[in-house]
Design a protein around this ligand. Structure first.
Ligand code: XUL
Length: 525
């Protein structure tokens, strides 16, 4: 019998899931979340982030994620019903693109942590940049253009690294830091992704970056799965020496550090490289075959699918933990926009659901739901665009925003997968059946919700299991890895209503026309 821990450090919370695998018995035995705003109020975040003085700057304190990790392992250690001696491996996922900057003191601090004291205060001296830019940051437009110019244009950057230069991606973020704060950059010995930073804290030493999260940096050669010297040169001086190596995502990188073993009486479990939340969700939704797309309704909404060859049409191509590729489109206006419209009209989620169900199609009225700067399509000048109704009409605003989001996702999904036979819905909003009904009607296919809501954390636990089997000389197929955890359950199926599918086909065309007219050509992505 083995226990496997998967963690997900997302924008707003840290989730931990433990799975137990004992022969054919497979079950989730621990599932907890800590919300940064609520459970770690001393960091003063709103929605897990802080806003900077410069337009578009969004960041988080890296010590907060360390603190959350410490508290999560404390909760795990206190779960009386788990025999943690059986904990064999740990992996994780983190919001993509965010970066953590460490100085040369970090390695010594990580190897000499005092197990009787909290983790975060002990890390106080290791950051060369106390603010970690996160994926919501949109302050690096200038650096994107400079990188594209140095590498021969946006298409060339996309072919090389999987994406055009994007404001939230790590390379442009590093460039801005190196140019605007050269002394702090000179003091930086290591630039980690949030994923590799947290893996380093668990292993007590510098952990590598996996190719899945490495693809979100504009720095990795997508095909070779190694740093591209050309991209590094176009980004910042002496960057190669500051980046951790890239290793396959199933290669064990160490064991749980003594700090954690002593502090929480945990065994020397294997540490498996962490990856990005989207590549991890690919495993946690069981998307290991084509023709199935996943839609993740989280702080960001994403739609993604597995592919053996990268699609030129997709805005992003990442490496997948299976060794293949994944096409992905990301929408910045996800749950924060949904939450905003709900609160703006003073409703609870049941009332929102009732409004969605009462008049599918919003009587033909549409909204472009760009509450904030949007990445798909590129919208630098945010603001809701309402067509045919005003601000005061709660029902039309609610339906306009949520139906608009679903139509945008469905329209752009053609870039990630040619034919879609089925959609797997994940993320916090996937528990709302009325939203999934809109999704099914808009896509015109069955939508399934999985038993485990946090597919990124589940994917991390499953990746830990996969790597553990491999290390034991018992390679196991991905189909066997996910079996029993991600099988679509008939009871969780939401089927489209044919009458509404036809209506949404027309509305989707209208929506696409409006999007083209109103889209902003300023190249942020
Ligand atoms: C993907 C993206 C977001 C983050 C946060 O490119 O920026 O989905 O991973 O979830």
């Amino acid at each position: 019998m083995g226990l496997y821990l998967g963690l997900d450090c997302s924008t707003q919370s840290l989730t931990g899931i433990v799975i137990e695998i004992d022969g054919d018995t497979r079950r989730v035995v621990f599932n907890r979340s800590l919300n940064y705003d609520r459970d770690l109020p001393e960091y003063n975040t709103i929605g897990g982030v802080l806003r900077g003085d410069v337009d578009g700057e969004v960041y988080a304190p890296p010590a907060m994620w360390a603190d959350a990790l410490d508290r999560m392992l404390a909760e795990l250690a206190q779960s009386a019903d788990l025999d943690l001696d059986n904990l064999r491996a740990i992996s994780g996922a983190a919001q993509q693109h965010g970066s953590v900057y460490l100085n040369q003191r970090a390695p010594a601090v990580l190897t000499s942590l005092d197990a009787t004291a909290r983790l975060a205060p002990q890390l106080a001296t290791i950051f060369s940049r106390p603010r970690s830019p996160v994926w919501l940051d949109a302050s690096t437009g200038r650096q994107c253009r400079e990188i594209e110019a140095a590498l021969g244009g946006a298409d060339r950057v996309a072919t090389l690294t999987g994406s055009p230069a994007c404001e939230r991606f790590t390379g442009p973020q590093i460039r801005r830091f190196a140019i605007e704060q050269p002394d702090a950059y000179a003091d930086t010995a290591r630039v980690h992704l949030i994923s590799s930073y947290l893996a380093s804290l668990l292993a007590g030493r510098d952990a590598p970056i996996d190719p899945g999260d490495g693809s979100g940096m504009n720095l990795m050669d997508l095909r070779g799965q190694q740093w591209s010297q050309q991209a590094l040169d176009a980004t910042a001086p002496d960057l190669a020496a500051r980046l951790p190596p890239i290793t396959p995502s199933s290669q064990i990188v160490g064991t749980l550090a003594r700090y954690w073993q002593k502090r929480y009486a945990l065994p020397a479990a294997a540490i498996v490289p962490w990856t990005g939340d989207n590549p991890s969700s690919l495993i946690g939704t069981g998307i290991i075959h084509g023709r199935v797309a996943a839609v993740s309704l989280g702080t960001s909404d994403t739609v993604f699918a597995l592919t053996t060859t990268p699609a030129a049409s997709s805005s992003h191509v990442f490496r997948s933990p299976t060794g293949d590729f994944m096409n992905l489109v990301c929408f910045r206006n996800g749950s924060l926009a949904r939450e905003w419209v709900r609160a703006e009209y003073g409703l609870d989620w049941n009332a929102v659901a009732a409004l969605l169900e009462s008049e599918p199609g919003n009587d033909g009225w549409l909204m472009l739901p760009w509450l904030e700067v949007e990445s798909t399509p590129r919208i630098a000048h945010p603001g809701l665009r309402r067509f045919g109704f005003g601000r005061d009409d709660a029902a039309r605003n609610i339906r306009g925003l949520i139906e608009g989001q679903m139509m945008a996702i469905a329209n752009h999904a053609s870039a990630v997968s040619g034919t879609i036979d089925r959609v797997i819905a994940t993320g916090g909003a996937a528990v709302n059946r009325a939203i999934l009904q809109v999704m099914a009607n808009v896509f015109g296919v069955d939508v399934y919700r999985l038993d485990v809501e946090n597919s990124a954390a589940l994917g991390a636990a499953l990746r830990a299991y996969h790597a553990d089997r491999l290390a034991d000389g018992e390679p196991i197929s991905w189909t066997s890895v996910v079996s029993g955890f991600t099988d679509p359950q008939p009871g969780h199926r939401v089927s489209p209503n044919p009458k509404h599918v036809a209506m949404y086909e027309d509305l989707r065309r209208d929506y696409a026309i409006l999007e083209t007219i109103h889209r902003d050509r300023k190249p942020i992505c």
